[in-house]
Ligand binder design. Structure first.
Ligand code: ADP
Ligand code: MG
Length: 290
């Protein structure tokens, strides 16, 4: 039981308390709970999120290796729009990752609630995401699991203060040197499905899928049958359904078209995407409003 360690006098339980009733999320091996720093006088300090991973039989050596990579990557980076890792503990039965608390939940939930983001809103969000990606890619880090479930909002009252989370698949790379099949079906890049060596370009594909979802309100690639879905992705077989895309600017569609490119060498990089006219339009709008 995960409470067993907490009851004992472990390093984690000396430093933090856990609220077992406040579950923030779950993953394959993890449960994310709300917690707080223990203050010397016994009171609660900073509220945090704690990703708790049980050392069960299902947790394989490769899972432990990727957990260690997740911690190493998070420790090596410092960006305002990437989740901060405050602490990490390994104990007899558990691992604990103490992370910056994001009280606004997943961007995924926010999209469902709003149906879609208007163009100005989407632009603000994507600029932040691209900024974080440019930061990671300059450091040769690939996230590999970009999707709205892994973009967390700081507050329930603000739709834009987002941070990139879940570095469970993140990897330090040199060029195109990865070959593991991973990611989430609707967001996965064609080169991963084709089984060729790949690099940071896979994040830009997933980012293209996110831009499409934010503006269209539905995913570009969808099929209940995975074989059909993967065939569509490998051919970049998607359309802008007129009933949903009529109101959207040509610049926005052009950016999506340049991100959802099958050949990773022709796909926009994060730096190039940030210089796309869609982002410059924002400045014009700002100037003309003044
Ligand atoms: P997994 O690798 O198992 O997907 P995540 O790191 O994505 O684990 O965490 C799973 C879920 O837990 C997230 O989608 C989110 O809903 C919630 N969560 C994770 N980290 C935080 C955090 N720092 N603050 C609030 N909720 C979080
Ligand atoms: Mg996740």
């Amino acid at each position: 039981r995960d409470a067993a360690d907490a009851e004992n006098d472990t390093d984690f339980s000396k430093a933090y308390t856990l609220d077992h009733r406040a579950e923030l999320g779950t993953g394959a091996f993890s449960k994310v709970l709300k917690g707080a720093k223990r203050m010397p006088d016994g009171s609660s300090g900073l509220a945090v999120a704690v990703k708790c991973i049980s050392k069960t039989a299902e947790l394989k050596a490769e899972d432990i290796a990727s957990l260690q990579e997740e911690v190493a990557v998070l420790r090596s980076i410092d960006h305002p729009n990437i989740i901060k890792l405050y602490d990490f503990f390994e104990e007899k039965k558990m691992y604990y990752m103490v992370i910056e608390l994001m009280e606004g939940g997943e961007l995924f939930e926010r999209i469902v609630k709003k149906t879609f983001y208007n163009e100005k809103e989407a632009r603000d969000l994507i600029r932040i995401l691209l900024d974080a990606l440019a930061y990671l890619h300059h450091r040769n880090i690939v996230h590999r699991d970009l999707k709205p479930e892994n973009l967390l909002l700081k507050s329930p009252y603000n739709d834009f203060d987002i941070k990139l989370a879940d570095f469970g698949f993140a990897k330090q790379v040199n060029g195109k040197s990865l070959d593991t099949q991973c990611g989430t079906p609707g967001y996965v890049a064609p080169e991963i499905l084709k089984g060729t060596k790949y690099g940071s370009e896979v994040d830009m594909w997933s980012c293209g899928v996110i831009v499409y979802i934010l503006l269209g309100g539905y995913p570009p690639f969808h099929d209940d049958n995975h074989a059909i879905l993967y065939r569509k992705i490998k051919a970049a077989d998607y359309t802008f359904e007129p009933q949903y895309w009529e109101q959207v600017s040509d610049d926005a569609k052009d950016l999506i078209r340049k991100m959802l490119v099958v050949n990773p060498d022709s796909r926009l990089t994060a730096d190039q995407a940030l210089r796309h006219p869609w982002f410059l339009v924002g400045d014009h709008e700002l100037i003309s409003r003044n």
